[in-house]
Design a binder for this molecule. Structure first.
Ligand code: ATP
Ligand code: MG
Length: 439
């Protein structure tokens, strides 16, 4: 019962478990220097200063944290006074960003408790938090966190860990458990469902049954999340190095439809080649991330939407549109459908279009067309994409091998291989020219 859970956590709120330095594994050697600087300066100025959230969780798990978040009882204005290199940001809640070169440390003021929250936070009709700017104490701040393992505080005053929610046990048992009543917490912020999937896949945790069950029923709430926020969340989901697992979980909880409806429909229709292609594309992205190679959101979107754009462009070709025009039109239709859910910044959607548009050009292996494809600034991404299609069984010729080989050759050897095929029929040349114009 939600009521019981609330009582249970309220009791814990007054009695945190303090894990002293000798009894936990977090060493200052693993905390980055600038975060330590921020923590020490706040502490010396008489404020409470704690490392919180993913950094504490990741350090306990022996992972390198992605970022270091600081929580304090200093208000954003106090933080601003203490750090000349800082700025106050945020509308829904205000917090301070402290800048050190390229690094940013986020310093958030403790926020209000559950009881105060009901009075002071603004919710919309579905229970979603609209505004939330009530400062509180450390013991209040715990309540606004999502999962217990994200609500551990590392205290710079004595290097202990403060645990209000038995989070240390959950870290030990690799369990994700929402703080408070799961239904309410998902309704307050449906993105927490995606965060559950992200942490479960990234950290290899399992979602506690109480926190898992509502996800099956509340997915539809994601339809109200602003597209720009979903873009950020989707990147975090698929660029965590565990994208294959993330997709598997999105399908398990039937949430893919709220992110990539067009991909979800293809998968549900049983398109095995597309399923295999998506798998390979995500696996290749995971491998690149784990090898610390760069990845682009364009590749993710190009892959997720490929099944549909390919189908649609084939349809348009049957209706009489020339190949490249058909692909251009199909691209516009598929992208404009997708951005209703997840916004895609133009600098990425242009690359998505390039990757798609270049796919049919791999069949031309001679002359200017082939040469200009090889020189195209998006050749590499398009080539990787084509090879994955080939691996998935979609491309039946030896294009992947041929284009792989040509890249290993010296420029003069490439020239020989790319030499225009002799004595092309005039008619064919003319039609090639015509189609080139429209690309
Ligand atoms: P990552 O390793 O991906 O950065 P993280 O846990 O640090 O994971 P952030 O998005 O950086 O996640 O958020 C920092 C902390 O803020 C979280 O650990 C959590 O305590 C809190 N938080 C973030 N988003 C939410 C949310 N939607 N609801 C409740 N608490 C949240
Ligand atoms: Mg973080």
């Amino acid at each position: 019962m939600p009521q019981n859970k609330l009582t249970q956590y309220t009791v814990n709120l007054t009695q945190p478990t303090i894990i002293p330095r000798p009894e936990h594994s977090i060493s200052r050697d693993n905390i980055d220097d600038v975060s330590l600087k921020v923590l020490y300066r706040l502490h010396k100025a008489g404020y409470r200063a704690m490392l919180v959230g993913g950094a504490v969780r990741d350090l306990l798990l022996g992972h390198a944290p992605k970022d270091f978040d600081v929580a304090t009882d200093a208000h954003p204005e106090d933080v601003k006074k203490l750090f000349s290199n800082s700025r106050i940001i945020g509308r829904r809640f205000r917090l301070a960003h402290v800048f050190f070169g390229r690094e940013i440390i986020e310093v958030a003021t403790f926020r209000a408790s559950q009881e105060e929250m009901h009075d002071d936070r603004e919710h919309d009709d579905s229970g979603r938090i609209i505004r939330d700017n009530v400062y509180g104490r450390l013991e209040d701040d715990v309540w606004r966190r999502d999962f217990t393992v994200n609500a551990l505080y590392y205290d710079i005053a004595d290097f202990s860990i403060v645990d209000y929610t038995s989070a240390m046990d959950d870290v030990e048992n690799r369990v994700l458990r929402l703080i408070g009543d799961p239904q309410t917490r998902y309704r307050e912020d449906p993105v927490r469902m995606l965060r559950a999937i992200r942490f479960a896949s990234k950290l290899d945790f399992h979602i506690h049954p109480d926190s898992e069950q509502p996800i099956f029923e509340l997915g539809y709430l994601l339809a109200d999340i602003p597209p720009a926020r979903l873009f950020d969340e989707v990147l975090k989901l698929f660029h965590s190095g565990k994208g294959v697992k993330a997709l598997q979980l999105l399908c398990k909880y039937d949430l893919l439809q709220y992110l990539f409806k067009q991909a979800d429909e293809k998968l549900k229709a049983g398109d095995e080649i597309f399923e295999s292609f998506i798998h390979l594309a995500l696996q290749s992205t995971d491998n690149r991330i784990n090898e610390e190679k760069p990845v682009t959101p364009a590749f993710l979107f190009a892959a997720m939407l490929w099944g549909r754009v390919d189908e649609l462009s084939e349809q348009l070709k049957l209706e009489g549109e020339p190949g490249s025009i058909a692909m251009q039109n199909a691209s516009s239709m598929v992208l404009s459908e997708q951005v209703k859910t997840i916004s895609i910044p133009k600098r990425f959607s242009m690359v998505v279009r390039d990757i798609w548009q270049l796919q049919h050009r791999f069949q031309f292996r001679h002359g200017r067309r082939a040469k200009s494809l090889l020189m195209h600034k998006k050749f590499r991404a398009a080539y990787d994409f084509m090879c994955l299609r080939s691996l998935a069984g979609e491309v039946n010729d030896d294009s992947c091998d041929w284009w792989t080989r040509i890249q290993t050759l010296a420029p003069n050897e490439q020239e020989i291989l790319l030499k225009p095929a002799k004595s092309k029929p005039r008619k064919r040349q003319a039609s090639n020219k015509a189609s080139k114009k429209v690309e």
